[in-house]
Design a protein around this ligand. Structure first.
Ligand code: BJW
Ligand code: ZN
Length: 246
């Protein structure tokens, strides 16, 4: 008997090994590790307007400011650890025969927790790339020091993340669409579900017949569309869900 959460009989019966499961995560799953979310009361966007920092135009207009903002965030991420929510999703992966984890997060915490084959829709904050020749830099080795550093080709180095108005990595989004339209059970965890195309994944799953569950501390844009909402912290709800696995 699990005393922490109450779930429907429908969800309970879907928590079987054979169910095809897709999980989409957002900033909320990393909040309990100490990564600020983007929106809401304590969101990053309260201090900085997104269009000032998370667009290519913003980077071109003020590369130093944007680079320093990412350096500040990298520093936060380097010092923290995955939480119980990330760890529970490793249990999900080990339990379900068909499991796909898709994240909008750039913090790499799912990987650090032990999740495999994580689909990163918005890139990874640790990786960088040259805006001129496109060379990918896993570290800053080989770049010319500066704020931001420069590529030997002369181009500025930027974080390899997806900014507003930019295309998502083609393979990642194609895979995300494909598995979302084929799953039986879809979890939308710790995301405000306002940024597209990621926000359309739960809707695609729902339209294709999946049972859609959201896990969030408060209602979101998709609350009225999902089959079940589990309100609470991901770091508490997800370990409780694992206890229902047969
Ligand atoms: C907890 C919790 C706890 C807290 N437990 N829960 C269709 C309609 C309208 C607009 C568009 C559309 N298609 C495209 C657009 C434009 C745009 C867009 O979506 N705009 C909307 C905002 C209106 N999309 C794009 O531009 C995308 N590109 C694209 O579509 O390309 C095609 C194209 C190109 C050119 C022209 C036309 C088409 C790219 C989007 C890139 C998003 N990038 C960012 C920054 C990444 C780099 C970085 O990190 O700096 O990605 S923005 C930011 O938002 C980041 C996040 O991944 C993303 C989503 O945020 P998320 O994860 O949902 O976080 P929050 O803070 O919003 O929510 C946290 C939630 O957690 C809250 O609900 C809390 O309650 C909850 N919570 N603690 C559980 N403990
Ligand atoms: Zn270059």
């Amino acid at each position: 008997m699990n005393e922490k959460i109450t779930i429907s009989d429908s969800l309970r019966s879907l928590l079987s090994k054979k169910t095809k499961v897709v999980v989409l995560t957002g900033a909320g799953i990393s909040a309990e590790s100490g990564v600020p979310t983007f929106r809401g009361k304590d969101g990053l966007w309260k201090k900085f307007r997104p269009e000032e920092l998370a667009t290519f135009d913003a980077f071109m207009a003020n590369p130093k400011l944007v680079w320093e903002w990412y350096e500040y965030r990298r520093k936060i991420i380097e010092e923290i650890e995955p939480n119980q929510g990330h760890l529970a999703l490793v249990d999900f992966q080990n339990y379900f025969d068909k499991f796909n984890l898709i994240t909008q997060n750039v913090d790499g915490l799912h990987h650090k927790a032990g999740s495999k084959n994580v689909v990163e829709l918005h890139g990874n904050i640790r990786r960088n790339k040259c805006i001129r020749c496109g060379k990918i830099y896993e570290s800053l080795e080989g770049t010319i020091e500066g704020t931001p550093p420069r590529c030997p080709c002369g181009g500025n180095i930027r974080p390899d993340v997806v900014w507003f108005g930019e295309m998502l990595p083609q393979d990642a989004i194609n895979h995300a669409f494909a598995v979302s339209s084929e799953c039986n059970l879809f979890f939308s965890i710790g995301t405000s579900a306002v940024v597209h195309p990621a926000a359309s994944l739960p809707l695609i799953a729902k339209r294709a017949g999946a049972y859609v569950v959201e896990v969030n501390i408060s209602p979101t844009e998709i609350t009225h569309l999902v089959d079940e909402s589990l309100f609470g912290k991901a770091g508490e709800i997800l370990p409780s869900l694992v206890k229902f696995f047969k």
